[in-house]
Design a protein. Structure first.
Ligand code: NAP
Length: 277
């Protein structure tokens, strides 16, 4: 079994075949239910879900696709869907030349996909104690675990303010914006919708209703706090970060420099991180 660091989960190796995953009882065979193209390089997809597969919102599953000569290629994917959904949903980029995503992108509805029975990862709100405001900072497909966390009723009950920042290059990559805005009308969470602050960030084209600078800059120059009207401090704020590893590292350093502490298994802190690759 792969060993994952308790608070900073490595997602690699990317697109690599795993010899250890040859025992069928360690995974189930599921089917692709639906594929939705977001951009030529981004797509959302749903699979059937083994009834025994359990996860905490924010965690990831390991997915397998058939590779050359019968080998299965495995890759970690954050789960987008709710813990109570009958299906599993994932959000993927097509990595140019990547063995896994190239094959994944060729799958069609009804095709097989393998899902490891174990769930993984520590980007979960149970890493925290206390706190008033939940901040979820993401780039690219790193928004995925936060959509799952937003589907969880406990998230809305636990925090006074919930800030989701999603930074992408082009506006078309703002996947799940509608889902997030849709929580305002949600039958369970609608009356708590005033807690939610959704902050799209588009860095490579002009967009009226999005911020334009990278997350570390928005933190450093105070724009995020002014824009959201929510102060960042270690007593009130619990911060989750997921996405581009350089963004995660720069953001980690910014928070550590302000006295925030990483959540550890033995000691809850204020900060939980996950690199996408
Ligand atoms: P990305 O380059 O990660 O950009 C997404 C957003 O993050 C943009 O707003 C970008 O701003 C920002 N960003 C990039 N570097 C940053 C940093 N150091 N600090 C703060 N913000 C930063 O784009 P992507 O489309 O999500 O992924 C890009 C590349 O990652 C692709 O080439 C892909 O092949 C590779 N990759 C992705 C995955 C995955 O699972 N998502 C896996 C393997 C490889 P700017 O526009 O200013 O750069």
């Amino acid at each position: 079994m792969p060993i994952f660091h308790p608070f900073h989960t490595p997602r690699g190796p990317r697109d690599s075949a795993s010899a250890s995953m040859s025992q069928p009882d360690r995974y189930t065979t599921e089917r692709i239910l639906e594929i939705q193209t977001v951009t030529p390089n981004l797509f959302r997809f749903r699979t059937t879900r083994y009834r025994g597969f359990r996860f905490i919102p924010g965690q990831f599953a390991r997915l397998g696709v058939a590779g050359a000569e019968g080998a299965i290629i495995w890759r970690a994917y954050s789960i987008v869907s709710a813990s109570y959904d009958e299906h599993l949903e994932f959000f993927s980029i097509v990595v140019p030349g990547g063995a896994f995503t190239t094959r994944l992108a060729q799958l069609r509805e009804g095709d097989e996909i393998f899902v490891e029975k174990m769930n993984y990862g520590f980007l979960t709100t149970d890493r925290f104690e206390g706190g008033r405001d939940l901040w979820m900072l993401s780039t690219g497909t790193g928004v995925a675990p936060f959509v799952s966390i937003l589907h969880e009723p406990g998230t809305w009950e636990q925090y006074d303010r919930i800030v989701l920042v999603h930074s992408v290059r082009q506006v078309a990559e703002l996947a799940y914006g509608e889902t997030v805005e849709g929580f305002r009308q949600h039958e369970c969470f609608g009356e708590l919708a005033h807690k939610l602050v959704y902050v799209p960030v588009v860095t490579r084209e002009a967009h009226d209703s999005a911020l334009a600078q990278r997350i570390p800059e928005l933190l450093e120059n105070g724009t995020l706090e002014v824009h959201t009207g929510v102060r960042l401090d270690r007593e009130a704020s619990r911060v989750m970060v997921c996405g581009n590893p350089e963004m995660v590292e720069e953001t980690r350093a910014w928070f550590i420099g302000r006295g925030f502490e990483l959540s550890r298994r033995s000691r809850p802190g204020h900060l939980a991180l996950e690199n996408l690759w």
